[in-house]
Design a protein around this ligand. Sequence first.
Ligand code: HEC
Length: 118
Amino acid sequence: MGYMDHHQLNFMKKSLIILAAFGFILVSCGGNENAEPATTAHAGKENYDKQCARCHGSNGKMGLSGAKDLTDSKLTPAEMIPIITNGSSGGIMPAYKDVLSESQIAEVADYIEKHIKN
Ligand code: HEC
């Protein structure tokens, strides 16, 4: 084995070590990203606070202009979705079908179920 061959072999070993280290860093960053959803707020919270809290209150209890106390609601998320989509029969609560997407409405209903209701 000549001097150049030996030198090239060393160079390759170093390159592999650097590549391996870089790969490890990438994998570590990916791990952090995977852990994120557990620490972020519920997907429906932002829209609830923006669209619903002015009548229902951020805790669901405010009851402005006769709004139902959502902490006390007997409705399931599946039953809430048409009310949120089309508004209330009394006509006081607005329809949200042109404001929020179907999946955003489902997220808000899930937020009420898990974080507002007692
Ligand atoms: C302008 C005030 C107002 C806003 C804004 C509003 N609501 Fe309402 N909500 C009401 C009123 C008033 C009622 C009671 C029904 C009625 O009399 O019209 C009601 C009823 C409900 C009910 C039925 C509860 C039950 O147990 O019968 C749900 C669920 C609900 N609202 C969810 C929401 C969500 C989710 C939002 C936001 C996307 C929202 N509301 C925004 C006023 C409002």
